[in-house]
Design a protein around this ligand. Structure first.
Ligand code: LMR
Length: 386
């Protein structure tokens, strides 16, 4: 039976990571996978996290399971960071990374009777696979003009007219992957109107808090939106915000009226139980330590601010460069790790093959991975291929 399995093509991003590793050129530039890199090309462990790990190691007396819901203090502290006071009203479940939270959420929606997910495109390339794995249908709704680097909200809003009650819409909370273009307050407000008018359930993916304009600013749109809608599902990742990528830190939060909360919580617990039973401890414990200790929290915030300024500086440098075929100046106004440049497949291949510059399919660049010393060469290569 296993012999009947068909070989599948590799995930494009994982394939790119492998190709970059195997490239022998010493001056290669990796703008593929979304990780922050400092000027020495390193993705550092944050000092507050390192200290939290030291404390955990010294104090930990057992490796017995964390509970079914996960680390409740972590869930509360992370929830408070993103949702403020509202966190108390939300059902929560620790997940295996932001990706695991997305899967939990889509499984929950299917369990609740949802059939179809509207997905504004382009979106994170892994979103479609997660939606499919949860056995939900997907409707792609183009909502961004890559050539003009502009959100076209009307196209997205128009698509709500043909949804069925109980369908879901996938929205990104901040620092859009792969666009770097975020919804304005007016956009969030119009989306809330559409969601309420059509009985669509919003699923918000929040993966880059602190990488845009600052923690409070970055969660502003999400909080305002949640004020306006009766129900929502929100996946939160701690990978980037705490630099804990490989520790798989994530959580799912559900906003629903009080009478429905126990059902949501028990369904989530059952979905998690049949999948990975109970969540891993370490990354979530680090976040709990950092957020619950004033000194560690201050140090973490300062380091996160430093990462953000680094990204902003890189964006400003790119925006000041002239590449005739690309509206580079708009990159400065965008947020977070990614921007998507209007590059053809052939241009992306030339960047890789002739210049050793690795850009994700469809022209996504990881701005947060671009070192200052590489900017000039990257811009020159863009000029050469366009
Ligand atoms: C990315 O988009 O590069 C990251 O979120 C890593 C991943 O798993 O795709």
């Amino acid at each position: 039976m296993l012999a009947d399995l068909q070989v599948r093509p590799p995930d494009p991003l994982l394939k790119l990571i492998k190709a970059f590793r195997e490239d022998k050129r010493t001056d290669k530039i990796d703008l593929g996978v979304g990780v922050y890199r400092d000027e020495s090309g390193n993705t550092p462990i944050m000092a507050a996290v390192k200290e939290a790990e030291r404390r955990l190691l010294a104090a930990q007396t057992t490796k017995t399971y964390v509970g079914q819901q996960g680390d409740v203090d972590f869930l509360h502290l992370l929830g408070e960071l993103v949702f403020g006071e509202r966190a108390k009203e939300l059902v929560s479940q620790q997940a295996v990374g932001g990706t695991g939270a997305l899967r939990l959420g889509f499984d929950l929606l299917r369990e609740a009777g949802a059939r179809c997910v509207l997905m504004p495109t382009p979106s994170w390339p892994n979103h479609p696979s997660i939606i499919a794995a949860a056995r939900l249908d997907r409707v792609d709704v183009p909502f961004f003009n890559v050539a003009k680097q502009e959100i076209e909200l009307d196209a997205l809003l128009a698509r709500f007219e043909t949804t069925s009650h109980g369908d879901a819409v996938l929205l990104q909370g901040v620092c859009h992957n792969p666009l770097g273009a975020d919804f304005s307050r007016e956009h969030w407000s119009a989306l809330a109107d559409a969601v309420v008018a059509h009985g669509v359930i919003p699923f918000i993916d929040v993966a880059y808090v602190g990488f845009g304009d600052g923690v409070e600013q970055d969660v502003g749109g999400i909080r305002a939106f949640l004020e306006r809608v009766p129900e929502a599902v929100i996946a939160v990742s701690g990978a980037k915000t705490f630099g804990l990528y490989r520790e798989r830190v994530g959580a799912l939060y559900v906003q629903t009226p009080p009478a429905a909360r126990q059902a949501a919580a028990t369904n989530l617990a059952a979905i998690a139980r049949s999948n990975y039973s109970m969540p891993p401890d370490h990354g979530a414990a680090c976040v709990r330590e950092v957020l619950s200790d004033t000194q560690l929290r201050t140090s973490w915030r300062a380091e996160l601010d430093g990462i953000r300024s680094h990204i902003k500086k890189t964006r400003a440098a790119l925006a000041g460069a002239r590449v005739d075929a690309i509206p580079m100046r708009l990159i400065a106004a965008q947020q977070g790790m990614f921007s998507t440049l209007p590059l053809s497949d052939a241009q992306i291949a030339s960047l890789r093959d002739e210049h050793g510059i690795y850009v994700t399919d469809a022209g996504r660049i990881n701005v947060a991975g671009l070192r200052e010393m590489d900017i000039e060469r990257f811009v020159a290569a863009l000029r050469a291929v366009t």
